[in-house]
Design a protein around this ligand. Structure first.
Ligand code: NI
Length: 153
């Protein structure tokens, strides 16, 4: 597990549509370990593979570790199955856009489907900060940044 160099806004890899993962192998395990190490080192709550220069559909989140017990979750090939029609605007930062904050509109909940690192299909509903976090990270897999839809504050 190694802390990786964070790619910053302006790096073309952040604007690519990331490719689906097809092999659940040791390189995927290593990528996920690196994502967690890099996220915790940078004091973030989420990190997507393109942010370490890997254009694959993988992201990790841990929305609780700063305030309570850690709850790391890794998502492979995530897809939104359903989303609330009610949107809420809230402040977001991004490790690839340091020292800037944007107000972004997000659905108040999303139902997400994904594959676990072990290759098992998962679904769950996310709300609150977790909904914000998974939507933000999923945007990264589609080349979308908070500078696109957000308002800087
Ligand atoms: Ni980000």
């Amino acid at each position: 597990m190694a802390v990786q160099h964070l790619r910053l806004d302006g790096d073309p890899v952040l604007r690519e549509a990331a490719a689906p993962v097809v092999q659940f192998d040791a390189s995927l395990t290593a990528l996920i370990a690196d994502l967690f190490a890099t996220m915790y080192a940078a004091k973030g709550r989420g990190l997507a593979a393109p942010q370490v220069g890997v254009s694959q559909r993988v992201f990790v989140i841990d929305t609780t570790w700063k305030d309570a017990a850690p709850h790391p979750v890794a998502f492979v090939n995530p897809e939104i199955i359903a989303a609330a029609s009610v949107l809420r605007q809230g402040p977001e930062g991004c490790l690839s856009i340091p020292d800037r904050t944007f107000n972004v509109l997000r659905p108040v909940w999303v139902d997400l489907g994904w594959t676990s690192p072990a290759g098992i299909g998962q679904t769950a509903r996310f709300d609150g900060i977790s909904a914000v976090c998974v939507c933000h990270e999923l945007d990264h897999l589609n080349g979308v940044l908070i500078t696109d839809s957000g308002t800087e504050i």
